[in-house]
Design a protein around this ligand. Structure first.
Ligand code: SIN
Length: 317
């Protein structure tokens, strides 16, 4: 049996050749990594954020390495909707036929999300349907003063944002949530009730790294989002909680560096697994994890990885 058969999953009407997805921020808009790895071997690619207007992002330094992992405060830097339509959508339309492409969407106000979704959807329809397979609405960035965590933390705003975006596309909508939400299952349910097809769990965890010599934050913005191996159990718990709250496909993200990490998300309830920090450290990590997953399935006689989704044996007291 080949990896094409046992690792393939169908999620929200999309066929993924395997469950490994490059998390937003790790692969730009695809073209940036095209000469580094064969992106057509991963299941999916989530682009860097797209906002209506270009965003310069936060002052440098934007990224700092931690003992295990990293902290970033990029500030949703991106070239803006017009440039993405003119440059990146055409590239995506003619490349990576086997990899599903999700576009990460951000906004200053809830209406921005709908505008980005509407214009990119129309652009993909006119240039090439395969340019964009779905959208990831980012309501969980800890690194901006507006248009970050607050939409995910306000159920009314979140539902309005999703309904407006839903009206603009028939492509799948995933909503990326923060691990800081006190009741992430309830927020996920709100999102699905408003029209989300799935959830991405989780974004980075807010943190502060201090340069003790200067007694100042290491990052130019001050605080940032922590990612890497320490985020793994946080994301796995969030995934498990959300899997009990909604009947919708989940993308588990946070701290994955190996197939066994990815399997934790899958067993907790994720159909897809995002690779973030590990891919920034080593762009070949996602393809390695695909191979490791296939080998694990072969060793364990697993005929379809999808059979493992949500199979955690644990009933909390
Ligand atoms: C950033 O651009 O600051 C990171 C993206 C995110 O946290 O969603």
């Amino acid at each position: 049996m080949t990896n094409g058969e046992r690792l393939a999953v169908d999620v929200a009407g999309l066929h993924f050749q395997n469950p490994i997805v490059l998390a937003s921020g790790t692969a730009g808009y695809g073209v940036e990594l095209a000469d580094v790895i064969d992106l057509d071997t991963v299941g999916g690619l989530t682009t860097k954020a797209v906002s209506v207007e270009p965003r310069a992002g936060n002052p440098a330094p934007r990224v700092a390495e931690l003992d295990e992992g990293m902290i970033n405060s990029v500030g949703l830097a991106n070239p803006g909707l017009e440039r993405v339509k003119s440059t990146y959508v055409p590239w995506l339309a003619t490349h990576l036929p086997r990899t599903r492409k999700l576009v990460n969407v951000v906004g200053n106000v809830v209406e921005d999300y709908a505008q980005v979704v509407a214009e990119l959807d129309a652009s993909a329809e006119s240039i090439g349907r395969g340019a964009i397979d779905g959208f990831e609405l980012n309501v969980s960035c800890p690194n901006v003063k507006a248009g970050g965590l607050e939409f995910g933390a306000d159920s009314a705003a979140l539902q309005r944002l999703i309904r407006l975006a839903r009206a603009e596309t028939s492509r799948p909508l995933f909503v990326k949530l923060s691990p800081t939400l006190p009741d992430i299952g309830a927020v996920a349910k709100c999102a699905v009730d408003a029209g989300a097809d799935g959830l991405t769990l989780v974004n980075t965890l807010p943190g502060l790294a201090i340069d003790v010599e200067r007694r100042r934050p290491v990052l130019g913005f001050g605080s940032g989002g922590v990612s890497g191996p320490g985020l793994l159990p946080v994301g796995v718990l969030a995934t498990w909680r959300v899997s009990r709250a909604v009947d919708a496909p989940l993308i588990g993200v946070g701290g994955v560096t190996s197939a066994t990490d990815a399997l934790q998300y899958i067993i907790a309830g994720a159909s897809l697994v995002g690779i973030g920090t590990a891919a920034m450290r080593d762009p070949r990590a996602p393809t390695r994890i695909v191979r490791e997953l296939d080998a694990w399935c072969a060793r364990h006689g697993v005929r379809s990885l999808g059979d493992l989704v949500g199979t955690l044996e644990w009933r909390p007291r």
